[in-house]
Design a protein around this ligand. Structure first.
Ligand SMILES: *Cc1c(COP(=O)(O)O)cnc(C)c1O
Length: 420
């Protein structure tokens, strides 16, 4: 296996793009492979190496790459032009579908990324309640805007420290944090701050340090707690939306938040974000209300057309039934390998999300930090050499797609056996 062209490309990329990448997680050491094409379950790099892909663009590609149904929807939209700056029938249709699947969503607005979706949702929650603070979960990722880039682990009851240079501490002083699956800390935080607490925002399954699953009853209790204290509950379902079920984690676990953010899958692989919620909250958004939000590319026709195509396809195929069952048996097979090898590792996951943690079962972010990150990276490179592309970090969730064949999965399990 040679990576010569990728290595050369990286040398050039480094001089033009900081770190040689357009998003930090892609900066595989010592250099990333540069992708030339993707089809079905596989992607191919510049040197012609082919990898079975379990990263799937960090979540969106639930049908695999270059899916013909989505492609057809995009191409037929291209024939009509691809940006108008006016409302379209398409976006009304997609809005109606999404609202039909998510009981928490009466109304919604389209944006272009998950980052924009959570940024707008938090602004709206503040505008609606007239309160300043919000609670996030340690290790919870809600995109790359100022208020949510707060270092995890700074302690539940202290004010957050910014996680990046360039963010004044003043911008994050209203961002409170609590560990996942810790109802006691959450309760005291919410009760103590209720008079100035606009919202709790959380990934119902922690996907960006996981998957870490909610313990039974946890989400239900957080729902009760927020409701009783007049605090909005925002589920950030940018990963879990249309991944766990058509109605996301809120359908899967049976918990209805006040607001929901979506992204990734709902654009069929094209850029999109969505924030939605109860009618009385959403009507606070401009132009119907005083909370401002806008975007040139919002509701971009190709993204919306691709979104409609992927949702209709998943629905028609009852895709989650099959895919989630594949997830169950795949995790089972991984667990058996780990047991056979006598490793103290843990296979986590739900539906079509999975991950081998190089350590004990994590309940929260602090637990994940104890895993063997360096060991995982060694393993990642061995898998890559075996033609398997896993996300290049112990912190990122792995995904299955509908395009993965039994042969792919068998080959992958063999590679796990060999490389673990
Ligand atoms: C990916 C992600 C985001 C950010 O979405 P972008 O489209 O990358 O801006 C927000 N929240 C969660 C839970 C995510 O996984």
């Amino acid at each position: 296996m040679t990576l010569e062209k990728s290595e050369q490309m990286y040398e050039k990329a480094k001089t033009l793009i900081p770190g040689g990448v357009s998003s930090p997680v892609r900066a595989i050491k010592p250099f990333p492979f540069y992708t030339a094409s993707g089809n079905g379950s596989k992607i191919k790099d510049l040197d012609g190496n082919e990898y079975i892909d379990y990263c799937l663009a960090y979540g969106p590609e639930i049908l695999g790459h270059n899916n013909p149904v989505i492609k057809e929807a995009i191409v037929s939209q291209l024939d009509k032009g691809w940006l108008y700056g006016t409302p379209t029938e398409l976006e009304v249709n997609l809005a109606e579908k999404i609202a039909g699947y998510y009981p928490s969503i009466d109304m919604l607005r389209f944006v272009s990324t998950g980052t924009e979706a959570t940024m707008s949702a938090i602004r709206l929650a503040r505008g609606y309640t007239g309160k300043k603070k919000f609670v996030k979960i340690e290790g919870g990722f809600h995109g790359a805007h100022d208020a949510v880039l707060v270092k995890a682990g700074s302690g539940a009851s202290t004010f957050g420290e910014p996680d990046s240079r360039g963010i004044p501490a003043d911008f994050t002083k209203y961002t409170l944090q609590t560990p996942f699956n810790d109802l006691e800390t959450m309760t005291s935080l919410v009760e103590k701050n209720r008079d100035d607490l606009a919202a709790v925002i959380m990934e119902p399954v922690q996907g960006n340090v996981g998957p870490i699953l909610p313990e039974p009853g946890y989400l239900q209790e957080v729902r009760k707690l927020t409701e009783e204290n007049g605090v909005l509950l925002i589920f950030d379902e940018v990963i879990t939306g249309f991944r766990l079920a058509m109605g996301g984690a809120q359908e899967y676990y049976g918990v209805v938040p006040d607001m929901t953010t979506l992204g990734k899958i709902v654009g069929g692989g094209l850029p999109i974000g969505v924030f939605g919620g109860r009618r009385d909250i959403m009507e606070m958004i401009a132009p119907s209300g005083p909370v401002y939000q806008a975007g040139t590319f919002s509701g971009s026709p190709c993204s919306v057309a691709a979104g409609i195509a992927v949702l209709d396809y998943m629905k028609k195929e009852a895709l989650h039934e099959k895919l989630n069952a594949t997830g169950d048996s795949f995790r089972q097979a991984l667990s058996e390998i780990i047991e056979d090898e006598g490793l103290d590792y843990y296979v986590s996951g739900v539906a079509s999300m999975f991950k081998v943690f190089f350590g004990a079962e994590p309940k929260n972010y602090q637990d994940v930090l104890k895993c063997d990150k360096d060991g995982y990276l060694t393993f990642f490179h061995r898998m890559l050499a075996s033609g398997i592309f896993l996300p290049p970090s112990q912190f990122e969730t792995n995904f299955l797609s509908a395009a993965h064949t039994e042969e792919d999965l068998d080959k992958t399990l063999e590679a796990y056996k060999e490389n673990l």
